[in-house]
Design a protein around this ligand. Structure first.
Ligand code: MN
Length: 386
């Protein structure tokens, strides 16, 4: 069975001030062409279909159009909700849409109920595990501690129990939206840390033939059978080095597996440039970036006049300007933005305590901070779920 694995479309999301809907529509065209030309038997979309719980109308219309075109091709599709989606909203009409072969899995309770497709080698059971917010599902799943590993392990127990009751030789695919240990994050994923832990070990997915992951926006291989497709488009400059793709997975008899990387169309390359304004304007080596979406980090010791207007004369698609003055006689890189870069909310809060009190938080205080962040996140998720 030939499966096309993608995720993290984030329909409706903008990249800095550039709306991405046109690029997202072009990606959908590419997806449908790939399905047709490569003889795809099933499409899996591993969450974050939308960027927000209440997406803009144009994004909903693009999604609607996409579903109609997939259904018209007659290629079964399985989709789950991610941490950016409102599971309840995305799941509206799922029963009816399912009759057209588009299977939206947004209900945690249905983790152990697969969509079963078949080819000449027998059945393939597709288990859709929507993003599981630990605080919201821990009671229903009967787990004591609200953590990602515990709730995913409970969901996978349901998957393995169902699989064990099926005909021997039934192949299996799991869709999940999670941060798996060993994965490389970027700046455009929303933090899902709970209790100071975001990542779950790959071992929780033991016993299935292929795990189609969503959440991390870089395409990556955790193990031969556990992969992230990544987002089809870049949503932050930290993804400048990414090659945006989908996985074309051939699941053969006995669960044999071959995966091929399918590139997504590039609307415009990304470039991160660094130097003084004069250097960036004069360096002939930068000519190849003139049509790119540019993030410029200016190292001038004194902020130059009208930097954006002057930069856009050469790089008309400059979207982000960062000032990082380099002074020989001072401690470099102490801007507020620089100090906060790559730090978690928890670390920033701990630093703040240390700053105002002189001593950092002890273990008990760190736990209080962590619980507060978890509560806020669970509260947000609960509100979006309503
Ligand atoms: Mn995402």
């Amino acid at each position: 069975m030939r499966i096309l694995h993608t995720s993290d479309w984030h329909l409706g999301r903008a990249f800095h001030r550039v709306g991405m809907l046109g690029a997202q529509a072009a990606f959908v065209d590419h997806l449908l062409i790939t399905v047709r030309e490569r003889g795809v038997d099933a499409v899996v979309v591993s969450g974050d279909v939308y960027d927000r719980a209440v997406p803009p109308l144009a994004a909903v219309e693009l999604f609607d159009d996409t579903l109609h075109r997939l259904a018209a091709l007659g290629v079964p599709t399985v989709m789950i909700s991610g941490n950016h989606d409102s599971a309840r909203r995305l799941g509206v009409g799922a029963g009816l849409i399912g009759r057209a072969g588009i299977h939206l899995r947004t209900e945690p309770a249905a983790c152990g109920t697969p969509v079963v497709l078949a080819d000449e080698h027998g059945d393939v059971a597709f288990y859709g595990l929507p993003y599981l917010e630990p605080a919201l599902v821990k009671d229903a799943f009967g787990v004591e501690k609200a953590g990602h590993e515990a709730v995913l392990a409970a969901a996978m127990d349901k998957v393995r129990a169902d699989l064990a009751a099926r005909a021997p030789g039934t192949r299996s695919v799991v869709l999940a939206h999670a941060f798996v240990t060993g994965g490389e994050p970027s700046d455009s994923e929303r933090d899902i840390t709970v209790g100071g832990v975001a990542a779950v070990p790959a071992g929780v997915f033991a016993g299935v033939d292929y795990v189609a992951l969503g959440h991390l926006h870089g395409c990556q291989t955790i193990t031969e059978r556990i992969r992230y497709s990544g987002s089809p488009l870049p949503y932050s400059f930290s993804e400048a080095g990414h090659r945006k793709s989908m996985w074309l997975v051939d699941l053969g008899p006995g669960g044999s597996l071959a995966a091929e990387r399918i590139d997504c169309p590039v609307p415009r390359p990304l470039a991160r440039l660094r130097g003084t304004l004069e250097e960036l304007l004069a360096d002939p080596g930068l000519a190849r970036h003139e049509e790119a979406w540019v993030e410029a980090t200016l190292t001038d010791p004194v902020r130059p006049a009208d930097p954006m207007a002057r930069l856009t004369e050469r790089f008309p698609h400059t979207l982000s300007l960062v000032f990082a003055p380099e002074r020989a006689d001072q401690d470099p890189g102490t801007s507020y933005a620089r100090r906060l870069a790559d730090r978690s909310d928890q670390e920033i809060a701990e630093d703040f305590v240390a700053h105002v009190r002189g001593t950092g938080p002890d273990a008990r205080e760190r736990a209080v901070l962590r619980d507060a962040f978890d509560a806020v996140r669970a509260d947000d998720a609960a509100r979006e779920a309503v």
